[in-house]
Design a protein around this ligand. Structure first.
Ligand code: SAM
Length: 236
């Protein structure tokens, strides 16, 4: 998964390319040629599976092969449940469109993304509501486990979801590595997000909230609780 993630990332992410290319050569150097030749075949299988029916293809295989880390609570939610949760998070089509109207897009924060099943379900739910998630959704997804990040990155990339997938701890907020999907980079999302944040800051200066002590500390859904489990997927 890491080799596949690097191959996809290196097509677009110049900032991380050199370091990741070295790592790629290290990985492929570890295996015999016949094994390395299965990597593109695996990618082709994932592409076919996602084309046939969007879902958490890699998370399902990961669970079935019992590769998950039980100690880290790595139990992935069955996709059918993710679909129901995504519908509940979106609410009505009207509330989704209202949220999009404000900035041109909605942001989703997934603090414990696993292989990305909830985000895949969310993107699909938006598509079913007639909203092009490739234009109107931006995702920040975090997982403490590098393997989960690579799986989520590969699946988001293949679905062309604008996203940054982060290797990090959403409780302590220590972040170690950032994976920007091609949809994020090609869609100029860093600039779009900065513009949205700058506009929000300007709005707060022009219209400060009633209580002065909270004026510069708006409720930030991206800020995780520092105790207990990471917060659940949220839209803002
Ligand atoms: C129960 S799984 C849920 C994954 C996904 N949201 C789903 O519903 O299928 C929990 C995930 O949280 C990750 N995790 C656990 N503690 C974490 C932390 N402090 N910060 C970020 N991710 C964490 C695990 O590695 C695992 O992939």
């Amino acid at each position: 998964m890491e080799a596949i993630a690097i191959a996809l990332s290196n097509a677009v992410d110049l900032k991380h390319r050199e370091k990741r290319e070295k790592r790629y050569l290290e990985i492929v150097g570890r295996y015999d040629r016949d094994i390395v030749e299965t990597f593109p075949k695996i990618l082709a299988e994932v592409v076919s599976a996602l084309e046939a029916e969007p879902g958490d293809v890699l998370g399902t295989v990961y669970g079935e092969l019992e590769l998950h880390n039980v100690a880290r609570g790595q139990f992935f939610t069955p996709y059918i449940l993710c679909q129901t949760m995504a519908q509940a998070i979106i609410g009505s089509r009207e509330s989704l469109l209202e949220l999009i109207e404000r900035n041109g897009f909605v942001s989703a924060m997934e603090p414990a993304c696993g292989a990305g099943s909830l985000i895949i379900a969310l993107a699909e739910a938006m598509r079913q509501e007639g909203v092009n998630y490739q234009q109107h959704l931006h995702v920040t997804a975090i997982d403490i486990d590098t393997r989960a990040v690579h799986m989520a990155y590969v699946q988001f990339t293949l679905m062309h979801i604008p996203a940054v997938v982060v290797v990090g701890n959403s409780l302590s907020m220590e972040m170690r590595d950032h994976w920007y999907t091609p949809a994020h980079i090609l869609g100029g999302w860093s600039a779009r997000l900065s513009r949205r944040d700058a506009e929000a800051a300007a709005q707060r200066l022009l219209n400060p909230p009633a209580t002065p002590e909270t004026a510069f500390e708006p409720a930030d859904p991206r800020r995780a609780d520092t105790t207990g489990t990471p917060r659940q997927l949220s839209l803002f």
